[in-house]
Design a protein around this ligand. Structure first.
Ligand code: GDP
Length: 309
């Protein structure tokens, strides 16, 4: 199975949750996950209260031979560091823009982060079903924003998909009257987003980009396997931010499946997983094979990036 890691970025209310729900419903995952909660991407109570998506989470869908991991991204400037870390995990972004409201402040904020991370966005002109939707004007605004933010020529050649998350349709043209499903968008993701830039063979390297907490397993680190294979129950080393090395056992290993996490025995380079077993796991730790400790550079800007011991 091939992996595609993509982040979804948008101004609040431009339809991320609805669109991801539709992608899920139309993918095989829907059948496999009866327990899936409705709209659980923002099921967190605090998020509901504030009306913004605070916590970045992953959703995973199976589409043909591909597993597409979709990272939700907070649109708010308070979460800038988190957005940057997510941009380092993924190889592409879906930029959603409401076809009626057009470009908004958070559109600019998150797009800047994506462009700075050298990602080539796929532009989704969403809510195309809205009365007075103006896709042409919206595309022009998006193009101007790319220019403003100093996009490269390659980034400016963004593919455009017209969609209504609400109706569950997408299309390569702004006339969606014949559009049936999300296939055009899913095809664009698998064809346009590069495969993860990782090393399949070699000693394990994994770095949490986010931490999460669950009362049953405690603190978890969510991130990408950059190199090698990770196995549940194995003893591993962790290189901390200060360079200290500790060992621990990977007690649980989760992969995303739909909106839930499922326990797995192994994870391979490129996949986004959550691990439990180190009670104070931190963003920027590097989990390695014992005896092959080699920190990943992410948070080690002023220090030697490689430590061989
Ligand atoms: P998020 O904040 O980006 O996750 O946005 P939501 O998915 O929660 O959507 C915000 C609002 O827009 C909700 O009331 C949705 O029902 C509505 N909405 C989402 N997608 C569409 C769409 O394609 N068309 C229309 N007309 N409304 C939509």
């Amino acid at each position: 199975m091939e992996i595609r890691n993509v982040a979804i970025i948008a101004h609040v209310d431009h339809g991320k949750t609805t669109l991801v729900d539709k992608l899920l419903q139309q993918s095989e995952t829907f059948r496999a996950n009866q327990a899936m909660q409705e709209r659980s991407m923002d099921s967190n109570d605090i998020e509901r209260e504030r009306g913004i998506t605070i916590l970045a989470k992953a959703t995973s869908i199976i589409y043909g031979d591909y597993r597409i991991n979709i990272m939700d991204t907070p649109g708010h400037a308070d979460f800038g560091g988190e957005v940057e870390r997510i941009m380092k995990l993924v190889d592409g972004v879906l930029l959603l823009v409401d076809a009626k409201d057009g470009v908004m402040p958070q559109t600019k904020f998150v797009l800047r982060k994506a462009l700075e991370s050298n990602l080539k966005p796929i532009v989704v002109i969403n809510k195309i079903d809205r009365p007075f939707a103006d896709p042409k004007k919206t595309i022009n605004q998006v193009f101007d924003l790319f220019i403003d933010l100093g996009a490269t020529e390659e980034q400016l050649e963004f593919p455009v998909i017209y969609a209504s998350g609400l109706l569950g349709v997408s299309s390569f043209t702004e006339d969606v009257s014949n559009a049936k499903n999300m296939k055009p968008l899913l095809d664009t993701i698998v064809n346009h987003v590069p495969k993860p830039n990782v090393t399949v063979d070699g000693p394990l390297q994994f770095q949490p980009a986010l931490v999460d907490y669950n009362e049953f397993v405690g603190r978890m680190g969510i991130g990408k396997v950059f190199r090698g294979t990770m196995k549940v129950n194995s003893f591993v080393s962790v290189v901390r931010a200060d360079g200290k090395i500790q060992q621990f056992r990977i007690q649980k290993l989760f992969r995303y499946s739909g909106l839930t996490k499922i326990e797995v025995d192994e994870a391979y380079a490129g996949d986004i997983v959550a691990i439990a077993g180190l009670s104070d796991i931190q963003v920027g730790d590097t989990v390695c094979e014992v005896g092959k400790e080699e920190a990943l550079p992410l948070l080690h800007i002023d220090e030697p990036t490689v430590q061989m011991l």
